[in-house]
Design a protein around this ligand. Sequence first.
Ligand SMILES: C[S@@+](CC[C@H](N)C(=O)[O-])C[C@H]1O[C@@H](n2cnc3c(N)ncnc32)[C@H](O)[C@@H]1O
Length: 233
Amino acid sequence: MSSPSDRVSNILDPQVRAYLELQGARGDAAGGGALDPSEQALHDRLQDLAVQRGFPLIGADAGRWLHLLTRMIGGRRVFELGSGFGYSAFWFARAVGSEGQVLGTEQDPWEHDHFDRLWADHPLRARVRLLAGDGIAALAATEGSFDVVFVDIHKRDYLAALHAAVPRLRVGGLLLADNVLWGGKVTRPAPADDQSGTDALRAYNDAIHADPRLVSLVLPTGDGLGVSLKLSD
Ligand SMILES: C[S@@+](CC[C@H](N)C(=O)[O-])C[C@H]1O[C@@H](n2cnc3c(N)ncnc32)[C@H](O)[C@@H]1O
């Protein structure tokens, strides 16, 4: 199924992307990380709302990566900057296990209302707390360290999020960021109507690759998923 983020993600050849989506859906149905019927129903509710509204979700393929990467490091505590109504949080909530916690942040009250309505009584709801207001301020106000910090806020704030997030990750934890290929715009002269977003993402990509505390690569899934493993404080 195509992802609501199609309007920005044109990184992969469409046929290759369709093939990956098909394989991912097979895994959702039958693989070791298969969704149970109530998880599939929640997933579809979240995705349907995004399609209706043209809301930019991370998309299913990148969402599966969030799940797999979190499980690969035994992640239990996740902090998310920019949660919308919880689509990316859904993939993290599945990954952290019944004792795990996903702290999401969202500054738009409207998204909170949808989160409350769509997640309602779902069993995964107990693993997710959605905090109001600015995600970077909320991270500063939250105690403890995290296994994963995920960045999906306004692009101009990505560098600030990086600076705030790295000290809060445990060594061996992951900094993940959506949209780092920005529909391919990071490879070309910045368009006049989106210079600040494009420049901000280039600066973020340069920073994660130059930071001696991190080893980083961009996964060409969705709109580009920045993956940084924290090696040292
Ligand atoms: C791309 S959407 C998030 C999508 C979500 N991560 C997903 O894939 O399901 C970005 C969201 O971040 C919110 N946002 C932007 N800047 C923020 C900030 N500084 N703090 C908290 N939320 C922010 C926006 O209101 C918007 O709902």
